[in-house]
Design a protein around this ligand. Structure first.
Ligand code: GLC
Length: 599
């Protein structure tokens, strides 16, 4: 070969190499790897793919997952010891409820040091080990940002309450007594429902939307915001992959604290969620912190509506990625502020309408979330399915099918993959949740109906979703060798991970199957959603469509057989997945049947 020829060949090789490596490197940090099982034509035609849109989020309540040291409280080493189990679910992201230093008035939602680990949960070294273990397995970690309020034991508050002239005074909201009594603000957790607490030292009231030990931070003070951003950078620099933002819609306040305007009477939540500066602060947070990392954010969004949610999550807004709403989860309440519910007092047609309406919001812009359980809710199967022995497994699987086939990022609550149920305490002394305990006191003081309250708590009390994870049928369900901080559900002898592991048809293995199925079928993530047969009182029917692929999902939400009338010809449809051994192919559904068909 002549010298010129070989030079030419080398040049061609170098060029080809450069072209190939450019193609592989993607266009930015948000590039999502295409799953090798997905059809490449479909995958390449989807605009704006993001890892957090394709993720399944698994929420862990650390206090109740796994105790490694026998003190009866779940901890970080416990989580680390179960990472292979978590990985086996096929989920992508773990969201952990607060793990920071806290006196635990509200189980960690009252933080006394944002850059330290709660003693009950372990040490920073335990955290680092857990994070490495997650990342090694390809699992991302999302932490809880609780910045609307801190603990009253935070050093900022100690300083703030010590004198009116203290440099930290304006970190919180104070109302000096000589101005008279401040205008009424509702507190969710106070035994008198009063969000102002008088503090003797400085003869002033401080504001607490939640318990007296959760004073609200003053976001109107730029120093407070800078402290929050600094703390967020601390965790991002450690490598976490996102934040779920606790009551983030409440951060901005009218610090003149006027009387509640007329239009918000009876709806404090809405008022709290409409502080004027909220978007300014979130945009600032995005500029200062979020935009600098490849992470995900999700707002807990009380007060968000289909009309205003895009102001938080529209891409052009540069605020947050996702938000979760309460419109569907709050169906059935007679009095939400006192948590009084009529378990059957919700309309299934309304339920379908709400989810459809929320899907439509994100048709062009933004991205939604979906959940049926979390640490503030009872167990999914008890509230939305049927936990009677004959239907518990079927309805758990049906609800799981719903969550995993909608066009939103699913947030799936730990234990629901086993079909764990409400514990239904009879005795107020069994409860540990400050919300239940203080509402009980409030209702007693007001001379309200305590029996009705206790019955309601069996349905919606938050501790129902917080009982320890049921690993096996041993005493305390394999959760702890000590005395559990909250009673273990006696049904762990039957409902537990170990028993379900080896049963191919268990709720647990169904969850694994459907998570995998969602990830292999982008149509379930990005496909257009269309509600069918909307007046059907028993069945939720919808299609998902993407680039020529079309899936039909049929879900019977009742314990009776049900017909569907979708108007679609399903004679040649292919059955892809179902929760019965022999799934129905003719649109007639068995009790709590779920079936996914390809048209
Ligand atoms: C959010 C949390 C809840 C907590 C409250 C106060 O609603 O999800 O658990 O009690 O905020 O932080």
């Amino acid at each position: 070969m002549t010298n010129r020829k070989s030079k030419l060949l080398i040049a061609i090789f170098v060029l080809a190499f450069l072209v190939l490596s450019c193609q592989n490197s993607g266009s930015g940090t948000n590039q999502t790897q295409v799953n090798s099982n997905q059809s490449p034509t479909v995958a390449n035609e989807i605009p704006d793919r993001k890892w957090w849109k394709e993720a399944v989020v698994y929420q862990i309540y650390p206090r109740s997952f796994k105790d490694s040291d026998g003190d009866g409280i779940g901890d970080l080493r416990g989580i680390t010891s179960k990472l292979d189990y978590i990985k086996s679910l096929g989920i992508d992201v773990v969201w952990l409820n607060p793990i920071f230093a806290s006196p635990n008035d509200d189980n960690g939602y009252d933080i006394s040091d944002y850059e330290a680990i709660m003693k009950d949960f372990g040490t920073m070294a335990d955290f680092d080990e857990m994070l490495v273990g997650m990342h090694k397995r390809g699992i991302k970690l999302v932490l809880d940002l609780v910045a609307n309020h801190s603990s009253d034991e935070h050093e900022w508050f100690n300083q703030s309450r010590s004198s009116r002239g203290n440099p930290y005074r304006n970190y919180y909201h104070w109302w000096d007594e000589e101005k008279g009594k401040p205008a009424k603000r509702w507190s969710f957790f106070d035994e008198n429902a009063d969000a102002w607490k008088y503090d003797e030292t400085t003869k002033s009231y401080y504001l607490h939307y939640f318990s007296q030990k959760q004073p609200d931070l003053n976001w109107e003070n730029p120093q407070v915001r800078e402290e929050v951003y600094k703390m967020m950078r601390f965790w991002f620099d450690k490598g976490i992959d996102g934040f779920r933002m606790d009551v983030i819609t409440f951060i901005s306040k009218d610090t003149r604290f006027p009387e509640l305007p007329e239009k918000y009477r009876g709806n404090f939540v809405q008022y709290y969620a409409e502080g004027e500066q909220r978007h300014e602060y979130l945009q600032e947070m995005n500029r200062e912190v979020l935009s600098r990392y490849d992470i995900m954010t999700v707002a807990e969004g009380p007060g968000t509506t289909t009309e205003n949610v895009l102001e938080y999550v529209g891409e052009d807004r540069r605020e947050l990625n996702m938000s979760y709403h309460f419109e569907a989860i709050d169906l059935g309440y007679k009095d939400l502020s006192k948590k009084l519910i009529d378990p059957n007092g919700w309309s299934f047609l309304e339920f379908k309408k709400i989810y459809s309406k929320w899907d439509a919001v994100f048709a062009e812009k933004g991205w939604g979330t979906i959940y049926l359980g979390n640490h503030d809710q009872p167990r999914m199967v008890t509230r939305w399915g049927n936990d009677a022995p004959a239907f518990r497994e079927l309805s758990s699987k049906m609800l799981t099918t719903f969550l995993l086939t909608m066009r939103s990022t699913p947030y799936y609550y730990f234990g629901d993959e086993l079909g764990m149920t409400n514990i239904r305490f009879d005795n107020i002394d069994d409860y540990r949740d400050i919300m239940t305990i203080n509402l009980h006191k409030l209702i007693a003081t007001e001379g309200g109906d305590l029996d009705e309250f206790m019955e309601s708590q069996k349905v919606v009390g938050r501790d129902n979703g917080r009982t320890p994870f049921q690993w096996d049928n041993s005493p305390n369900a394999g959760f702890t060798t000590g005395k559990p901080w909250l009673k273990v559900n006696p049904n762990h002898t039957e409902i537990n991970a170990e028993a379900q592991e080896s049963d191919e048809n268990s709720v647990l293995n169904y969850f694994r199957k459907i998570v995998k199925f969602r990830k292999e079928n982008l149509v379930l993530i990005y496909g257009k959603y269309t509600l069918l047969d909307q007046d059907n009182e028993s069945v939720y029917a919808y299609t998902r469509e993407l680039n020529g692929e079309k899936f039909l999902i049929l879900l019977n939400f009742t314990e009776k057989e049900a017909d569907t009338n979708t108007g679609l010809d399903i004679r040649n449809a292919k059955i892809l997945l179902g929760n019965y051994e022999k799934p129905s192919a003719d649109g007639k559904l068995k009790p709590y049947e779920a079936v996914i068909l390809e048209l």
